[in-house]
Design a protein around this ligand. Structure first.
Ligand SMILES: [Zn+2]
Ligand SMILES: [Zn+2]
Ligand SMILES: [Zn+2]
Length: 357
């Protein structure tokens, strides 16, 4: 895998010349710094305005110019269905030494890792809400395979799969794409979930997500749709209006392992993802989507200790955070989330949205 990525990086460098891409920042300009209080890593440095990518007008992902890392099997009538390519402006790079070091009480390191673009479909206008379930299933399989592969790199602690769609959500490319970031640290929100899941399990010997699913299915107040073994719900305490989670109804900590063990269930997940995004799009075009799955088990952290029970106390899920123009209380943003539509109201609206198929 490392060799494949090194090849891909080399080819990306060659391609960078062809396509006249200017890196957003030079590798040395950005670094990772750890907040000593919350223990969260941030990427920081001087990303000078005007230095962002300049590209030709043609789509980088429609043609054969992007450097391919992995390809999902063909869908009928398409040259390929989904594929992973090197990000043209990676935030994390595979080569080099992290150079992790102390700076007094502080911690810093270079942004070593991997940053890939997952091209969801060969077709420029087939998105996760209007593609076929088979195509979406291929994309989900590709995502599982890429996560499993990146987890084999002993330096990598976590792999984030995310998608930003719409101009208010920081969409980067016109083509239907998601992104994968493999990092040497576990991102903040996932770390909170891992710690909380572990604490809950220690006191109750149950998975907090399984308990949430059980109560939501019993109360049926915030269930948007159930499809086979998957469930879409509005969380009890939403961070933004219309926040939606998709979870497996059975206990499974790892999305990628679940995909391997239960391939026959993927059509249900593909359909639920497609239908849920159609519902969200009945409210707003712009959204963030993120997959939360278990971290690499190659990295037992002695201080956190969450790896010991992770298969029992963590439960993978997809979070969709729509971006709606509302009465934003900016001062509370990220300090105390302010969501001016209740989960019960938003679920009712999403449930009743007119969606196709
Ligand atoms: Zn395209
Ligand atoms: Zn569970
Ligand atoms: Zn989560």
């Amino acid at each position: 895998m490392v060799r494949a990525l090194a090849r891909a990086v080399a080819a990306f460098n060659a391609q960078a010349v062809d396509f006249n891409w200017t890196p957003v920042f030079s590798f040395s300009a950005m670094e990772l710094r750890k907040d000593p209080i919350t223990r969260s890593w941030v990427i920081t440095g001087d990303d000078l305005p005007g230095s962002s990518a300049q590209s030709s007008s043609e789509c980088l992902f429609c043609g054969d110019s992007a450097q391919v890392i992995a390809v999902a099997p063909n869908s009928p009538g398409a040259p390929w269905s989904a594929r992973a390519v090197v990000h043209p402006n990676p935030l994390y790079r595979i080569e080099g030494d992290p150079g992790r070091r102390g700076d007094g009480i502080y911690d810093r390191m270079r942004s070593i890792g991997a940053h890939e673009v997952l091209v969801e479909n060969a077709n420029h206008d087939r998105h996760l809400w209007n593609a076929s379930d088979e195509e979406i299933g291929q994309f989900l399989c590709l995502a599982s395979e890429r996560i499993l592969d990146l987890k084999r790199d002993p330096r990598i602690k976590y792999i984030s799969l995310f998608k930003d769609y719409g101009k208010n959500a920081g969409q980067e490319f016109g083509h239907p794409t998601s992104q994968l970031a493999a990092t040497m640290f576990v991102p903040r929100r996932v770390l909170y979930e891992l710690r909380a899941g572990r604490e809950y399990f220690l006191s109750k010997e149950r998975c907090v997500f399984c308990d949430i699913i059980q109560q939501e299915e019993r109360q049926a107040l915030r269930v948007i749709e159930a499809r086979g073994d998957y469930l879409a719900i509005g969380p009890y305490a939403p961070r933004v209006p219309y926040e939606t989670w998709i979870l497996p109804r059975y206990h499974e900590s790892s999305f990628e392992r679940g995909g391997q063990n239960r391939p026959a269930l993927r059509p249900n997940l593909a359909a639920l993802l497609r239908r849920t995004l159609q519902r969200v799009r009945s409210i707003t075009e712009d959204f963030h989507l993120v997959l939360h799955t278990s971290p690499s088990s190659q990295h037992p952290s002695k201080t956190l200790g969450y790896w010991k029970t992770i298969d029992d106390d963590y439960h993978w899920h997809i979070e969709i955070l729509p971006v709606v123009g509302s009465k934003v209380k900016s001062y509370t943003f990220k300090e105390v989330y302010y969501s001016p539509v209740s989960s019960e109201t938003s679920v009712k609206q999403l449930r009743e949205a007119r969606i196709g198929g």
